[in-house]
Design a binder for this molecule. Structure first.
Ligand code: MRU
Length: 339
């Protein structure tokens, strides 16, 4: 939220045990909040970056034009370096950059105000977009469906309502008595900490499982449909999302279960021809060898910690965005809807 000239972010590192806000007053602090996972989730990262630019513009609105320009260029750079995979970050920075190009020759105060208004617009649009995703996705969820989701693509990961959890919320609001199976989402536990928390808050029945239980539950007929979010969708429909999503998609195909991706059009990257062009963030090994100061792996062990994986389009039953649903996504169908 924007409050009294500052950006305030729910500290998602502490949920669900504590609910606290972290304040950001400039672009560097905002970039650090993204990098350190105070805020995470592709659309939320985009909204946050937009406010980071606006903060920097306000800080320099009294400066000479060259200094104002330099400060904004530095903010674009530091924010773009915060995390590599979610394309919404670069989408939001590109929009702010365009606004800067259009306003920079006028008075700096008006230019800074225009950037703040655009950040607020990106923020409020995202809530509406998530509600539209929910409206398009809800009909795909049957009465009494048991919906598996991976990671957190909820209100916390967006400006509100959520993408995958937005579909779930909208299906519930339409009167469907659905329940959710939340995959824990190792190693960062977004499912256990954030999705489970959101669903409990909403009184939507939720069952928490570890990621390696997904296959067993599908085999025993305990899952009806899978809905996940996305960090970047390539032109051919290949989708980067939280590590483990690919594994769930393979299992869903094996068990003939529908597997849906829910994401705004700002998550589509027409410049990535397919999933191989998507940069996958590697995160610190300490997230795998332990958690919050407790270490369970031996010193000296090698660790990999890719934060995302790519699900090939052929495993995706449909992509739900604010403009509608692309069933069996491919390059042509995506281009026709998103354009
Ligand atoms: O590393 P994170 O927590 O930022 O990863 C988040 C995800 O993978 C989400 O599923 C994705 O960003 C969609 S959020 C609506």
């Amino acid at each position: 939220r924007w409050n009294d000239g500052r950006l305030e972010l729910i500290d998602q590192r502490r949920l669900p045990l504590e609910f606290e806000y972290v304040a950001c007053e400039d672009a560097v602090q905002t970039a650090r909040a993204i990098r350190d996972m105070v805020v995470r989730g592709a659309p939320a990262i985009g909204c946050t970056a937009a406010y980071g630019v606006a903060l920097e513009a306000r800080r320099h609105e009294g400066a000479a034009p060259a200094q104002y320009d330099a400060a904004l260029e530095a903010s674009f750079r530091v924010l773009a370096e915060s995390r590599p995979t979610a394309v919404n970050l670069f989408w939001a920075i590109a929009r702010m950059r365009q606004c800067h190009a259009q306003t920079r020759s006028g008075p700096a105060k008006a230019a800074a105000e225009a950037l703040l208004q655009l950040a607020k617009q990106i923020h409020s649009d995202d809530i509406e977009i998530c509600r539209a995703i929910g409206r398009h996705g809800a009909p795909l969820i049957a009465e009494r469906a048991r919906v598996m989701t991976h990671c957190n693509a909820g209100a916390l990961a967006t400006a509100g309502h959520g993408t995958a959890l937005g579909v779930i919320r909208s299906a519930r609001d339409a009167g469907k008595r659905i329940s959710v199976i939340a995959n824990e989402t190792r190693p960062y536990l977004q499912g256990a900490r954030l999705t489970a928390w959101e669903m409990v808050q909403e009184n939507i029945p939720v069952t928490l499982v570890t990621d390696n239980m997904a296959g067993h539950l599908m085999q025993r007929g305990s899952v009806d449909v899978i809905v996940v979010g996305a960090d970047r969708i390539a032109a051919n429909g290949d989708t980067a999302n939280k590590i483990g999503t690919y594994m769930v998609a393979v299992l869903a195909r094996r068990h003939r279960l529908p597997f849906y991706v829910a994401a705004p059009t700002s998550t589509f990257d027409p410049e990535a021809a397919d999933g191989s062009a998507i940069e996958i963030e590697e995160r610190p090994g300490s997230e795998v060898t332990g958690y919050r100061g407790v270490r369970w792996a031996p010193e000296g062990v090698k660790v990999r910690n890719p934060a995302f994986d790519v699900t090939p389009a052929e495993l995706i039953s449909g992509i739900i965005c604010e403009k509608g649903v692309v069933l069996e996504p491919n390059r042509e169908r995506i281009a026709a809807l998103v354009r």
